[in-house]
Design a protein around this ligand. Sequence first.
Ligand SMILES: Cc1cc2nc3c(=O)[nH]c(=O)nc-3n(C[C@H](O)[C@H](O)[C@H](O)COP(=O)(O)OP(=O)(O)OC[C@H]3O[C@@H](n4cnc5c(N)ncnc54)[C@H](O)[C@@H]3O)c2cc1C
Length: 407
Amino acid sequence: MSEDLESYRLAAREWLAANLPTVDGGGARLGSDDEAWQRARELQRILHDGGYAGIAYPKEYGGRGLTPAHQRVFNEESAGYEMPLLLNVPTFSICAPAILDFGTEEQKREHLPAVLRGDEVLVQFLSEPRGGSDLAGAITRATRDGDMWVLNGSKIWSSGAYAADYGICLARTDWEAPKHSGLTMFIVKVHQPGVEVRRIKQVNGDSEFCQEFFDDVQIPASDVLGEVNGGWAVASRLLFHERTAVGGGSPYVSGGHAVARVPEPDLVELARRGGRLDDPGVRELIAESHILRTVAGQLVDRVSAGIRGGAMPDPAASLPRLFSATSNERRIDIALAVAGPAAVIPPAGAPGDLGARYLMRQGGSLGGGSSEMARNIISERVLGMPREFAADKGVPFSQVRQSQTPG
Ligand SMILES: Cc1cc2nc3c(=O)[nH]c(=O)nc-3n(C[C@H](O)[C@H](O)[C@H](O)COP(=O)(O)OP(=O)(O)OC[C@H]3O[C@@H](n4cnc5c(N)ncnc54)[C@H](O)[C@@H]3O)c2cc1C
């Protein structure tokens, strides 16, 4: 640990103790309702004013211009404090980095400082009702009209859209080009005439997912992100950032793992409460869970370093992404087995959300692209195996057979 990082750690430790409330159990407030989003924005403002927002973001766009190692140190120190974890995915770790990569100077200056102050929440409008895996087959359309684009269609599974200010939205702008070449990415104001956001009730009781309906939504031409008809490059970059974030390797995640909004269950404590700590089978399960977590962390470090140093291609981000999805599922299964009936009817004082987590455990194999798609990417773009056959390759999109009529 360099002297610089060590003194940064001590300063952060002191600042956190003086400025943020602690949270029993080491996590943030649960829930994704309006109050939780409001609180996340307030907390982000406190971090910003204290000089701890956007630690690895460039200074000219409101960040601190420090290294991912500084962010990691801050994350370690902030465990146990109330942090705006809701803002990590997709705002800090996926959407804002894509604006950093592809935005015009004006877009960067407009959105990034606002994001880091907690004034702007960004979400992803990518998946459509016709299917999310074939992202390049999007049929939401944008048509140029003078200085404006007019957006029509529908997006779905947009996490947190009801609480967001802008959606990064992929739309088809040229129907005569092959499917990957006729797409454009837009920065769309969520709350404006023509946009209807409907929340979707999930199996665990949350309503974090949304579906949006766009009816002649007016978008200024200056809100195109990247090139007109160059939307696939932006989408690919968003997906890279998403895999990196969900896999646990994003330098922009603040205050802990990108998607873990709740503390890890303490398996030893769960086994002790159930009187099963001496059971060899239970002890093996606890060890397996610990090993999976350790390997996941090391895989992130190894692949992140490989991509940064050029030894691995960007699609290698799918490796930790896939491993975190499959290992998290297994670890939640283990937690349920160790907890026994306490998973659904916890004794007084015990964490009571394991049952609900079990219901949602497969979400990690879908969000940011499914585990099957991650395997396809690893085989084709990391291992160099033959590409999957695509009947629509090179065909004008208007001539591609659809299960739903375009437009
Ligand atoms: C927690 C979570 C958060 C999400 N957040 C967002 C968000 O903020 N914004 C957003 O736009 N979307 C979001 N999504 C949606 C997500 O991106 C999609 O669920 C995902 O891309 C899969 O799309 P689909 O559900 O339409 O399944 P489909 O694409 O219909 O696929 C169905 C099944 O077929 C398999 N399959 C499809 N094609 C292939 C193939 N070529 N080879 C092998 N198998 C294949 C898939 O793996 C899957 O098992 C989120 C999803 C989850 C679970």
